[in-house]
Design a protein around this ligand. Structure first.
Ligand SMILES: Cc1ncc(COP(=O)(O)O)c(C=O)c1O
Length: 379
């Protein structure tokens, strides 16, 4: 089946008890057994839930994976991956990535003896030079949040695969519509399904997709033992969101292209970070591993003061000033004080994330209205 058909039909079996075409929200904590240990495959909802199972089946199919597991948020999914590790193990991670991932690594897991080494993963040699016999995981985000840096997933997999180092890719920014990391050699794909997968800014959700059965079993054990599972209502919302992922993403990409070019040609804009520009350093890799370039971008103003950035951030009328991304509505965000506030300032600046950087999640409204709105806000 082609991607659009998969999205509509993946995991969507009619409900066996009623024939309902939409998967019901199985709002239950437990399941009645006919005798001890005799059940219909469901014992307790932390371990299994039919709405979650339908979503996991669908998520596996759309990432070309054999298995998927759902979590209560994107960071809960990331948390489960790190719990595969032991004290003394080392992780190589991108120095420019979502601030909450950095916070989880440094503030929660470092104290359990896991070492995180951060580097510019766009240069694959940087990863090679940090490898040791303690390296157990490479964590990539591509494109990165918020600077849209691109890492060559297949080139990194060529380093990690033969050494049996796990490669996990945060595919939140691209979504499976644009990029499938497992096909490029990654072992695990992670999504904040809160974003493009759900697509309507009405649910917090995370997931992992993988092919290896043993890896799936280890992660399932962590999922049920640690209990960061999503409720059935949220699973239902993500399932519903998935059905329109392809049409939404197509429009995000079209609008993203128009907005990025508008910004680039605006006399008051200094720099636009969007991986669809031919002179973007990661363009060739993005073109080969992604199907299009998406609707996420960041920019700086020529008058680079915080005051001027704040003025623009507070002046948009269609773009709402809010954290998050990937919903149908356009959002404007100030990474330094919002999504990436947990990264120490000197680290942020070193990685190119300036105090005045503005991030856009371009939605699926009419592109002319989005451009008019930015034009009046930039002034
Ligand atoms: C790239 C990326 N990864 C992970 C997360 C965390 O996901 P959640 O907010 O669903 O926990 C986010 C959230 O903004 C994100 O942008």
């Amino acid at each position: 089946m082609k991607f659009a058909t998969k999205l509509i039909h993946a995991g969507a079996e009619p409900d066996p008890s009623t024939g309902a075409i939409m998967v019901p929200i199985y709002q239950t904590s437990t399941y009645v057994q006919s005798a001890p240990g005799k059940n219909k495959g469901y014992e307790y909802a932390r371990s299994q839930n039919p709405t979650r199972k339908a979503l996991e089946d669908a998520l596996a199919i759309i990432e070309n994976a054999k298995h998927a597991l759902c979590f209560g948020s994107g960071v809960a999914a990331t948390d489960a991956v790190i719990k595969l590790l032991q004290p003394g193990d080392e992780v190589i991670a991108a120095s420019d990535m979502y601030g909450g991932t950095y916070r989880l690594f440094t503030k929660v897991f470092e104290k359990f003896g896991i070492k995180f080494l951060y580097t510019d993963t766009t240069k694959v040699d940087n990863i090679s030079s940090l490898l040791s016999n303690r390296t157990k995981l490479v964590w990539l985000e591509t494109p990165t949040n918020p600077l849209m840096n691109i890492t060559d997933i297949a080139a990194v997999a060529a380093i990690t695969g033969p050494r049996k180092i796990l490669l996990c890719v945060d595919n939140t920014f691209a979504s499976p519509y644009l990029q499938n990391p497992l096909d490029l050699g990654a072992d695990i794909v992670m999504h904040s399904a809160t974003k493009y997968l759900g697509g309507h800014s009405d649910s917090i959700h995370g997931c992992l997709m993988m092919n290896d059965q043993e890896l799936r079993d280890q992660l399932y054990f962590i999922q049920k033992s640690c209990g960061a599972v999503p409720g059935p209502m949220d699973c239902f919302l993500i399932l519903r969101g998935l059905k329109t992922l392809h049409v939404r993403m197509q429009r995000h990409c079209e609008n993203g292209t128009k907005v990025a070019h508008f910004l680039r040609n605006h006399p008051k804009i200094e720099k636009v970070y969007w991986c669809g520009f031919e002179d973007h350093p990661g363009y060739a890799i993005a073109k080969s591993q992604m199907r299009d370039f998406g609707g996420m971008m960041s920019f700086t103003l020529k008058d680079d003061s915080i005051e001027n950035a704040n003025r623009v951030l507070s002046s948009t009328k269609v773009f709402a000033l809010a954290e998050s991304l990937g919903g149908v509505e356009s959002l404007i965000n100030h990474p330094a004080s919002m999504t990436h506030a947990s990264i120490p300032r000197e680290e942020r600046i070193k990685n190119g994330l300036s105090d005045s950087l503005i991030r856009l999640s371009v939605g699926i409204e009419d592109a002319d209205d989005l451009i008019d709105d930015l034009n009046q806000a930039i002034g």
